[in-house]
Ligand binder design. Structure first.
Ligand SMILES: [Zn+2]
Length: 252
């Protein structure tokens, strides 16, 4: 009888342990899009300043246009809906940190968020531009962008970190470009120090006022001696009836 009771208790414990170790039920994955029509329909909900290029069967391109031209764009390759990503570009440069899985974030939400972001201006400081003429390999580059204002094309040159964030939530220089600016400032200071140390070899470096006075005194004495010699030469020429042109020969 006791053995039967122990068997039931053991069986209950086994069932309890088995139940607690079971995997949690699988939650069905919620996806935003399963076909191109869903995607196109959602893209139509983007803010007015965005526009959509003619979509193909497998791709969609959206652009945010301002007076000065295209500010940014979103490219979607829709060949595989299990792997549906939006690639964001600014000045035709990809913005890797904003690559977005569209099965997790809807395309019109992404366009709204991007519209509120700011473009990193890059390093525009005039005094630092010469120190970026020779790129140091891969940490920064000179970026030239073109805009159209009142029907005229303009270009703007700036220095960017190779890892520039390009788009961010604050209207400041991005952290990557800030590092490059510090690097260029150090280059500038090093160059200025080099110029200062070169001036140590200036011919007048180390001359005191007394030195200068003695040099001038010596030069005056030499000039007087030359004048005396010239005067002596003139008198000799005079004795020989030869006139010496004062203007041409009275030089030291
Ligand atoms: Zn930047």
């Amino acid at each position: 009888m006791h053995a039967l009771l122990f068997f039931f208790i053991f069986l209950r414990m086994f069932i309890f342990i088995f139940q607690t170790q079971r995997e949690p039920p699988v939650v069905p994955l919620r996806i935003n899009y399963s076909n191109m029509d869903d995607l196109k329909r959602d893209a139509q909900k983007m803010p007015q300043s965005w526009s959509m290029a003619q979509p193909t069967e497998t791709s969609l391109h959206l652009g945010l246009y301002e007076e000065k031209g295209c500010k940014m764009n979103i490219s979607i390759n829709a060949e595989d809906f299990d792997n549906l990503y939006a690639e964001v570009k600014v000045f035709s440069l990809p913005v890797p940190h904003l690559r977005t899985n569209l099965q997790e974030k809807r395309v019109h939400k992404l366009s709204e968020e991007l519209q509120g972001m700011f473009i990193c201006a890059g390093i525009l400081d005039e005094d630092l531009q010469p120190y970026a003429e020779l790129p140091d390999g891969s940490s920064f580059y000179k970026h030239v962008s073109y805009t159209i204002e009142e029907g005229k094309a303009f270009h703007r040159s700036t220095i960017r970190s190779a890892a520039c964030l390009l788009l961010q939530t604050t209207d400041t220089l991005c952290t990557k470009c800030q590092s490059v600016r510090s690097l260029l400032e150090k280059k500038k200071i090093a160059q200025e120090n080099r110029v200062a140390s070169t001036s140590l070899y200036d011919p007048l470096k180390g001359f005191t006022v007394d030195n200068m006075k003695s040099v001038l005194k010596r030069e005056r004495q030499e000039k007087k001696m030359k004048e005396k010699e010239l005067e002596k030469f003139r008198s000799e020429m005079k004795k020989s009836n030869i006139e010496v042109d004062r203007e041409l020969n009275d030089s030291p």
